[in-house]
Design a protein around this ligand. Structure first.
Ligand code: GLA
Length: 349
């Protein structure tokens, strides 16, 4: 029996920048997904996860089915296509990363499964190679045109530090999160699910269209001057570009403020990120705005924003050490009284 795990991710800042060759700053959630796996002598794969329909198929017969099993099928499909020698297996999955909460439970599952398979079949793959394999599975078999942030975070991130990833250079720097800062994450209860994939892929296509219009390789090369030039021709595309340009700047500023222990500056940047995601990138929804406001109004909280792709999922906030638990509870209560929905506190645990 082989046992492996991987965390969910919460991105501190740098949203919708990864597929534009930009900067992101994810950290690991304390919640992890655990896979227990026993190799078989044949080509049969059977995977169970409490509360979900079991998955069963033969290696080489992986097809997109539109269910959670696609993450499993995607992983074995990518490995066998790359020439890795694996056999069938029986596996059980236990996950504490909440699904649909915008915390990348899918990447946690992919990376945990890949780690278990690496151990069981002695695959020569380092953690970064696992991240790229997981990304390929998600893009080519699941069908979500996601960037690589989630899979890299699930493979490399640790709690207590963030990964500053420069997607253009594939450069990764570990950034300590000072103990004076606590992270709050509340799941809005509105699932960021596959149904929203259309809107995600559409945003990505808009970024690519904007880069083409500007004659640049990706929006990483865009400037605020480009935003001004584009605005009279296409105001919507100009807003998308402005989000990406300003968000990359916010990531840099956030890392500097974090190093200086300036929580209030970090919070202001987080607030600005939310405003930009709402107004320029248009991926927020009313409930996320209400939840972010509810968090901002708590004592010791310095800023709040939607986390992940948007259209649902979670809100992240930064708080002074010692304030997070009470602030999260009070904000969830206020969210309930304003929207009638139950927000689930994911962090602090
Ligand atoms: C999803 C994708 C990531 C990233 C975020 C938005 O989580 O999987 O690649 O694009 O949305 O920042």
């Amino acid at each position: 029996m082989y046992r492996a795990d991987a965390p969910g991710r919460v991105n501190l800042i740098g949203e919708h920048t990864d597929y534009n060759e930009g900067l992101v700053l994810p950290t690991a959630t304390p919640q992890r997904t655990v896979v227990e796996l026993s190799p078989r002598e044949d080509q049969v794969v059977r995977v169970e996860s409490l509360g979900y329909m079991p998955v069963a198929y033969r290696l080489g017969e992986e097809r997109h089915a539109g269910d959670w099993g696609d993450y499993v099928r995607g992983v074995t499909w990518v490995l066998t296509n790359a020439g890795h020698q694996i056999r069938g297996f029986d596996a059980g999955i236990a996950s504490r990363v909440p699904p649909g909460a915008g915390l990348s439970s899918s990447a946690a599952l992919e990376i945990a499964l890949l780690r278990a398979l690496r151990d069981a079949f002695s695959l020569a793959l380092d953690d970064m190679a696992l991240a790229y394999a997981a990304h390929k599975a998600e893009r080519d078999l699941v069908g979500a045109r996601v960037g690589t942030m989630d899979q890299i975070a699930a493979a490399l991130a640790r709690t207590g530090e963030a990964l500053l990833i420069d997607m253009r250079k594939a450069n990764i720097e570990r950034v300590p999160i000072p103990e004076s800062v606590e992270i709050i994450v509340i799941d809005s209860g509105i699932a960021h699910d596959n149904a929203k994939q259309g809107a995600y892929n559409e945003r990505r296509a808009q970024c690519e269209a904007a880069a083409r219009r500007l004659g640049i390789a990706s929006l990483r090369d865009a400037t605020l001057g480009d935003v001004e030039r584009l605005a009279p021709q296409d105001a919507m595309l100009a807003r998308r570009v402005r989000h990406v340009v300003s968000e990359n700047e916010r990531v840099r500023a956030f890392v500097a403020a974090l190093a200086a222990g300036d929580v209030s500056r970090c919070g202001a940047l987080v607030d600005a990120s939310h405003a930009s995601l709402r107004e320029d990138f248009e991926v927020s929804i009313e409930e996320l705005d209400v939840l972010a406001d509810a968090l901002r109004s708590q004592r010791g909280v310095h800023g709040a924003r939607l986390v992940g792709a948007g259209f649902g999922g979670s809100v992240l906030a930064l708080a002074n050490a010692g304030c997070a638990a009470d602030a999260a509870r009070a904000a969830a209560e206020r969210y309930r009284s304003r929207t009638g929905r139950t927000g689930r506190v994911v962090m602090p645990v």
